[in-house]
Ligand binder design. Structure first.
Ligand SMILES: Nc1ncnc2c1ncn2[C@@H]1O[C@H](COP(=O)(O)OP(=O)(O)OP(=O)(O)O)[C@@H](O)[C@H]1O
Length: 305
């Protein structure tokens, strides 16, 4: 399977703040990958480096398995919506796209109508941009990305601020592009549930570090389960967990309760570990939690880091 994006130890530092810590990431053909992180986590910085708008401080980017000088050429196979495009408010949608078609050297004039059709704006193509709703403006932004017939779209928070209907329209559009035109999609949001029905893979970023990278199925599974223990010694339990599972994620609640978010499949081993080390466990159960809670625990700065 072709690798569309590959980064090696990609790093970005502004003055003395390292916003993207050495990051290895790959996006494979056909994926709809969601990049989820709170404001300031580094999503736009990463996307701008991919778009060639920001120069990496260190590390490397390969696009379509091309490297070095060939990256610029490979980048033409991608459509980026990483900053709000500046459309002319008094131009119609058609006129705006026609302007960009000429500017970008897209030869076929009919491509403007084609992309307007794809994003379901054909009927409103003679409306002026300033009279468009937020959702229509975003779809026009995606139409602009599609002008050059890209194989991959990179979209920075395209559903930010849209109402439920606007979100649904963008979601349907992106699923259609992925399924019917085999366009690979890398899309960011700070709200997990917005992309939950769309993405096939979820990458969580916090302070410029990828803290989790999971498939849709795995996300469902993980987000559904956690271990809740009531113990006589929370400090000792915390110590044992950290010693045994380096990436353990847990939080200590009042009343001697500990919630463990990962390694739920090892519940038997965890129980034995505690008992063998003299911790008395009065309650031990696997329970459900929702996706939003899961997201907040991963990137929201709550609980155990
Ligand atoms: N040109 C710059 N100079 C200095 N700091 C910057 C620059 N661009 C971004 N930053 C800082 O980098 C951090 C990450 O910003 P970035 O825009 O990548 O985050 P984000 O995850 O996209 O958040 P948002 O959803 O708010 O756009 C922020 O603290 C921001 O202030």
């Amino acid at each position: 399977m072709e690798t569309i994006i590959q980064t090696y130890q990609l790093t970005k530092t502004f003055k003395d703040a390292t916003i993207i810590k050495p990051l290895d990431f790959s996006l494979r053909k056909g994926e709809i990958c969601a990049l989820i992180g709170q404001n300031g986590s580094g999503k736009s910085t990463l996307f701008k480096m991919l778009a060639g708008q920001l120069r990496p401080t260190a590390g490397d980017i390969h696009l379509f398995e091309k490297t070095g000088r060939d990256v610029a050429q490979a980048r033409r196979r991608m459509g980026f919506l990483v900053e709000t495009p500046v459309f002319f408010p008094d131009f119609t949608a058609s006129q705006n796209l026609e302007y960009f078609r000429i500017q970008r050297g897209v030869v076929e004039k009919k491509r403007v109508d084609e992309v307007l059709e794809i994003v379901s704006l054909a009927k409103e193509k003679r409306k002026r941009f300033k009279d468009y709703s937020m959702g229509m403006k975003q779809r026009l932004g995606i139409a602009l990305c599609l002008l050059s017939s890209p194989d991959c779209l990179v979209l920075d928070e395209p559903i930010n601020g849209l109402d439920a209907e606007g979100i649904r329209e963008i979601r349907n559009l992106l699923v259609k592009l992925n399924q019917e035109k085999q366009i690979t999609i890398f899309i960011s949001s700070h709200i997990l549930t917005e992309l939950q029905l769309l993405a096939t893979r979820f990458v969580f970023i916090k302070n410029g570090v990828i803290v989790e990278d999971v498939s849709k199925d795995s996300l469902q599974e993980k987000s559904q389960k956690q271990l809740q223990l009531t113990v006589d010694d929370t400090a000792k339990t915390a110590q044992l967990l950290e010693q045994t599972y380096v990436d353990i994620q847990f939080k200590v609640l009042p009343n001697q309760v500990i919630i463990i978010h990962n390694h739920v499949e090892c519940s038997g081993d965890i129980n034995r570990l505690l008992l063998d080390n003299g911790v008395s466990v009065s309650e031990f159960r696997i329970e459900a939690r929702n996706l939003e809670e899961y997201f907040l625990e991963l990137v929201g700065g709550h609980g155990h880091d």
